[in-house]
Design a protein around this ligand. Sequence first.
Ligand SMILES: NC(=O)c1ccc[n+]([C@@H]2O[C@H](COP(=O)([O-])OP(=O)(O)OC[C@H]3O[C@@H](n4cnc5c(N)ncnc54)[C@H](OP(=O)(O)O)[C@@H]3O)[C@@H](O)[C@H]2O)c1
Length: 362
Amino acid sequence: MPLRDLDCGPNPRRTLSAGDRPAHYRKLGDSQSRGRICSCVWVGRVEAGRRVTTMVKIAVVGIGAIGGSVAADLSDVGRHEVHLCARTPIDELEVTHPTGTSRVCAKILCDPDEATPVDWVLLATKAHQSPGAAPWLRRLCTRKTVVAVLQNGVDHEERIAPLLESGSEVLPVVVRIPAEKLAPGKVVQRRPGSLVVADSVAGRGFKSLFEGGRTAISVVDDFVTQAWWKLLNNAAVGGICTLVLRDLTAARDPEVQAIILAMMAEIAEVARAEGAMLQDDAPEQALELVSDATPGHWSSITVDRREGRRLEWEVRNAVVGVRGRRHGIATPLNDLVTTLLRVSDAESLEPRGIQVPDREGA
Ligand SMILES: NC(=O)c1ccc[n+]([C@@H]2O[C@H](COP(=O)([O-])OP(=O)(O)OC[C@H]3O[C@@H](n4cnc5c(N)ncnc54)[C@H](OP(=O)(O)O)[C@@H]3O)[C@@H](O)[C@H]2O)c1
């Protein structure tokens, strides 16, 4: 029996017969030449003699650079019921990525009260915005829901588990997707992306969600090492470039490099105490990763400072000192950078009643 229900809509139930091989998406007639894909096809699976729907319900909370990119990919895969949970209302999500532009056909929710339980939540707010997303998590999660946390840092579980009244499992994810939100509902993913998860039942389940998609999913035995490896650059290069308000080419200056390497040496010592298997030359290797950065290549935390948005200094920088103190390891350079980032973070000053000068003023 041919598949008929090609239109968008949360209607996963339909009849399939064995041998059906539905296309995962269809290209829209006149927009095909522009490479646009409308990901609207719900796909089921047929097992001998039984009709089975394998639709997985996925809610992406935070439709920004990362949430938008992964939502478009999961939607284009065509097997899932994807719900977009947005704070700023959007009518649609359009994501330009390395293989074209996807217009995402998914259920768009702008009010947590409209949300219902799902199998997976992909939490892709900035880390300091997670508590604000708690009403979404309350409505979306049951004990069986897995909450994949697509955020920077090394303490995903510690900070998200207390927000989950349902006791849902937290799956930390290392994000390597260079993307930017251009406007509400408009995202550009600049290069192919990848995500890293631990080798666990949830980690393997997460990988299977993206099968056939654009995002490469690595399932690793040693997630701790991967998370701290990423933090080397996030904390040191991102922290310094944000303080000097420069793109990543600032890290080419020999004196800046010396500071970055000294910060990374502190981070690596804490990381090893936390169980990360970083090699002796991990700081040099990490710095090498940004050696070919071109002008205009900004760290996302620097972009946030440039645009006057709150900074993620708690999870990218303060965490080094916090974890270091647990092991009796001094991290003076990282503490210094943390303090300067905290003080430069306008919104973090406001709750303490300190008046923030007008950006255009003195
Ligand atoms: N961008 C990158 O290239 C990149 C790369 C690697 C890792 N990361 C990490 O990935 C994480 C996400 O970063 P991002 O760049 O995607 O941030 P982003 O573009 O600022 O997106 C965050 C989104 O979360 C939304 N949000 C905030 N509070 C919310 C709430 N209560 N309910 C629903 N939505 C809410 C924001 O909505 P509004 O539109 O209302 O502000 C925004 O659209 C961060 O930890 C970041 O460090 C980013």
